[in-house]
Design a protein around this ligand. Structure first.
Ligand code: NDP
Ligand code: OXD
Length: 313
């Protein structure tokens, strides 16, 4: 049995060294040094180059080294074997840190005071309490639910929207298309944590942004998208900002990454850009999960965090 690390974006050594540190006996390969392709039973991947997984005739399980799996499903030659995604406290904690940070940044007008400091202006502005601000989390999966729960503890009025209804302490649940409008209409700060699937592509568009609440006591409407760039229409976000339909945005993910130099998002005074790093995959945390899942699989136990191919997430 051999495990292959395959990524077109990440450094092999970090992942190989960490995995070997956990299991010195493992037959571990780093793409493109595959050796005999027949040996490879497992692949742990991030953005695998299209067509490469199909060259492994005995592949049994594909492990996504991220929570998202769109980077795998975009391969037209993807082999028909189980895909397991990352669910890990370390990743969840990082994402919630980011979401809470940026909700608070908008709520407490951090950029405004930063600009004032640059001009040595000592001036306070009206400040709503968290309990007057309605945050809406689009996508109440592992990451969205944790972020929503943490925001609720801070006192925000939090709601979540997802395919199925959820039960998270202090968080109102909206489910499915019929409840989307009501969810948006009560939301001042929209946090998007949706996967990129055929159903969510271009979901955050002008039409959706126009449905956000405009009668908030504090900041809003605000968009924070830290799920996937393909879920947003950047031209619509820019148009909504210009039209005053959107007050500000924090974007960690983009339709094209890295964000092209020519994008107006880079220099927009009300847009905060981060380089798709709200929740980095840390090999120190994740390699152990892959090895544990392989152990389970080899012992005939069920795999955890299997992706549903029909739903694409
Ligand atoms: P999950 O699969 O646990 O959650 C996805 C959520 O989205 C679920 O609540 C699901 O509903 C909901 N959903 C999916 N499709 C639809 C739809 N068409 N309509 C309504 N709801 C929908 O994923 P995670 O929470 O673990 O991760 C979310 C995403 O975050 C990842 O897919 C990835 O793209 C992104 N991500 C970004 C990172 C970054 O650094 N920027 C880091 C890590 C992840 P239901 O629960 O009912 O199925
Ligand atoms: C992920 C990511 O999907 O980092 O985990 O984008």
């Amino acid at each position: 049995m051999a495990l292959l690390f395959m990524s077109s974006a990440w450094d092999n050594d970090t992942w190989l060294n960490r995995t070997r540190a956990l299991d010195a006996a493992i037959d571990l390969r780093g793409w493109p040094e595959v050796g005999d392709a027949q040996d490879i039973r497992y692949a742990m991947v991030w953005k695998p180059p299209a067509g490469e997984l199909a060259k492994l005739p005995n592949l049994q399980v594909i492990f996504s080294l991220g929570a998202g799996v769109d980077h795998i499903f975009q391969d037209p030659a993807l082999p028909d074997c189980p895909v397991v995604r990352t669910v890990d406290n370390n990743l969840t904690m990082r994402m919630s840190e980011y979401v809470v940070l940026h909700v608070l940044m908008h709520h407490r007008q951090v950029r405004r005071y930063g600009a004032q400091q640059g001009s040595k202006i000592w001036q306070g502005h009206a400040q709503a309490g968290a309990d007057e601000v309605r945050v809406g989390v689009l996508g109440m999966g592992v990451l969205g639910s944790d972020a929503a729960a943490k925001l609720a503890i801070m006192g925000f009025q939090v709601a979540g929207w997802s395919n199925s209804r959820k039960s998270v302490d202090g968080v109102e649940s909206f489910a499915g298309q019929p409840e989307l409008k009501a969810f948006l209409n009560r939301t001042d700060i929209l946090v998007a944590l949706l996967p990129l699937t055929p159903y969510t592509k271009g979901f955050i568009n002008r039409h959706l942004l126009r449905e956000l609440a405009r009668d908030g006591q504090g900041a809003g409407p605000i968009l924070i998208n830290t799920g996937r760039g393909g879920v947003q229409v950047e031209a619509d976000i820019l148009a909504a900002l210009e039209a005053g339909e959107l007050e500000a945005a924090t974007l960690d993910v983009f339709e094209t990454e890295p964000l092209p130099e020519a994008s107006a998002l880079w220099t927009h005074p009300r847009v905060t850009v981060t380089p798709h790093n709200s929740a980095d995959s840390d090999p120190r945390a994740l390699c152990g999960s892959v090895l544990e899942q392989i152990r389970r699989f080899e012992a005939g136990e069920p795999l955890e965090n299997l992706v549903d191919r029909e739903r694409s997430y």
